[in-house]
Design a protein around this ligand. Sequence first.
Ligand code: PEP
Ligand code: MN
Length: 325
Amino acid sequence: MIVTLEQGADLAAVRRELARRGLWVTPLVGGPSPQLAVRADSTPARREDLLAVPGVIGVAEPPSEHPRVDAARAPVRFGEVAIGPGARHVLVAGPCAVESEEQIDRLAQAVARAGARVLRGGAFKPRSSPYSFQGHGVAALGWLRDAARRAGLALVTEVTSPDDAEIVATHADALQIGSRNMQSFRLLEAVARTGRPLLLKRGMSATVEEWLLAAEYGLLHGAAGVVLCERGLRSFDAATRNLLDLGSVALVAHVHGLPVLVDPSHALGRRDLIAPLARASLAAGAHGLVIEVHDDPGAALSDGPQALHPDELATLWAPERESAS
Ligand code: PEP
Ligand code: MN
């Protein structure tokens, strides 16, 4: 944002008034009129309010690179479940990977009892090692759909290839783009063209701006809404699996007003820290949580150390259920 002052305006007084409103500025020298560039980390302000400051004669806002995202300040529906500003907190839960028809059916019932309203589970798994379990693919989609229906849950599952977008969209209410694929633009386009809403994980090294631009790809190409999901960043410190960036959650929830979930499972990588970070995430402004669950974590085919037992999930979510009733 650039604020233009009238000739002879009291520059120091205008700066003081802007600072009082939480706007930090850099004077621009050399132009015909005195101007102030407002830093991006300032408190958001409405153009009309700034025009009312004595001495200000112009306020220019550069066009946004993600206009559709900026306008998308409403809840997004995964099936019947609304996620975002004004909607009640939502719990998305399920195993990292769908391991069998029986397992996903059992876990769908268990997470529904714990208060989840959306089932998650990977049919196509993006694994760092080619030797790791890659998922049961198309077969698991049918198991997921049936399990979600029986448990009365909406369903979200990941798409890893543009070729699979359509088939996943025929089974799931929402399509997940994983952290490793946040900037796979052809994948984003293919998934968005199905017209389903997206759950867009933040790339593990992506800036917030890159995350919002990826969401813009989704909206531009036809997605029925995008829910962002912070899942931790790659950092210098291996003490936790990733670095959970709750500052970005507060930013996208409170400043941008966008629907955002937090996945503390992938952020922490260990089950004993999921509950405190889940509470911190909701306090920071997240509209809900994505949590991995397994009833025999020691035998899980992927991400066992971070999986909560369904009973632990129920305990974690109990305060939300009480406040909703
Ligand atoms: C997942 O949610 O199953 C997953 C692979 O997460 P991420 O893309 O955040 O690593
Ligand atoms: Mn996982």
